[in-house]
Design a protein around this ligand. Structure first.
Ligand code: F6P
Length: 341
């Protein structure tokens, strides 16, 4: 068989582990040929690709990023490009394409699949917001990076008696905020799923100082928003891909907390550091399993589906189901964390 692979959307630790796994399973075990499209869907639309053999994937298991490159493509460009993509798949004699990506990529994968392309998807994202899989690879690494940063920030916050408002990624969900905040023992966690009450947040942080503590760590997910009308708030609008542009909630919150509490408050934005660098062992294993199962699905002709983790098993689920809803943090997780606003 001949299989094409691509990585699209925001990069994520573990992408290279999937690529390596696909090549190992397909080339070594099945005698297939594998090619990789450069820079995501763009590579498929422009027929820009490279051959992926064992040498090409040597030494990449522990490397962050993606050896194929990634990009974001506007939904309209993809819709207009479906026929071109189909032409390239035929021209290259591909029996299947394996796109590895998050919500946007999986929506595009569904579009391509609905138009008749043989697609098997692999979900990835540090945000952990894909509803049909228990976990996505990249999440464990991102939580680890954020937790280490929070541990470090605690010591400097204490020295200077500051409130540090630490902004983590996660787009519309609070998984990274919840898990890193719990792991590091943050004093307040603010997630997008629950619009927060600034008075309540200021009260909680203030009570900590009144009890004699000399610092506070607030973890805030980038997509968090105040309850309507409760605090002045700048919205960031939309970018050219139709994604919400986040306007710096940590900066806005630290100004507000400083004014209300009379304590020095500083924003810390962890940003892309959460996505960079080597994947954890957990993410490498999950990514490797996804790659292996994606190749098996190709050989079974299970197109229009994607890999997912359910319990300890890797299963195949319909792409249509995968893109229906986002996996948000459920209500019962807030109480366990104690300090979610
Ligand atoms: O979806 C992964 C993610 O890192 C989000 O957490 C974040 O909002 C977004 O991508 C950032 O995207 P970009 O790298 O395009 O700024």
């Amino acid at each position: 068989m001949r299989i094409g692979v691509l990585t699209s959307g925001g990069d994520c630790p573990g992408l290279n582990a999937v690529i390596r796994s696909v090549v190992h399973r397909a080339v070594v075990d099945h005698g297939d040929e594998v090619i990789g499209f450069r820079d995501g869907w763009k590579g498929l639309l422009e027929c820009d690709y490279l051959k992926l053999d064992l040498d090409a994937v040597g030494g990449i298991l522990a490397r962050g990023g993606t050896i194929l490159g990634s990009s974001r493509v506007q939904p309209s460009q993809l819709r207009d490009g479906v026929e071109r993509a189909r032409g390239h798949v035929e021209e290259l004699g591909l029996d299947a394409v394996i796109p590895i990506g998050g919500e946007g990529t999986l929506k595009a994968a569904r579009l391509m699949s609905d138009s008749g392309l043989p697609i098997v998807g692999v979900p990835k994202t540090i945000d952990n917001d894909i509803a049909v899989t228990d976990v996505t690879f990249g999440f464990d690494t991102a939580v680890g990076v954020a937790t280490e940063a929070l541990d470090r920030l605690k010591t400097t916050a204490e020295s200077h008696q500051r409130v540090l408002v630490v902004e983590v990624m996660g787009r519309h969900t609070g998984w990274i905020a919840l898990h890193s905040g719990m792991a590091a023992g943050a004093h307040a966690i603010v997630v997008p799923e629950r619009p927060f009450d600034i008075e309540e947040l200021a009260r909680r942080v203030g009570e900590r100082f009144e009890a004699g503590k000399r610092f506070a760590i607030v973890v805030v997910a980038e997509g968090a928003k105040p309850a309507p009308g409760s605090m002045a708030f700048d919205e960031g609008g939309k970018d050219i891909y139709g994604h919400e542009r986040f306007a710096g909630i940590a900066r806005q919150l630290s100004i507000e907390l400083e004014q209300r509490l009379g304590k020095e408050a500083r924003p810390v934005i962890l940003g892309h550091v959460q996505r960079g660098g080597t994947p954890t062992a957990y993410d490498r294993v999950l990514a490797t399993r996804f790659g292996w199962h994606a190749v098996e699905a190709v050989h079974r002709g299970e197109f229009g589906r994607m890999t997912a983790l359910r319990g300890t098993d890797i299963v195949m689920v319909e792409l249509a189901e995968a893109v229906e809803t986002l996996k948000t943090v459920p209500e019962d997780r807030y109480a366990e964390a104690e300090c979610v606003l």
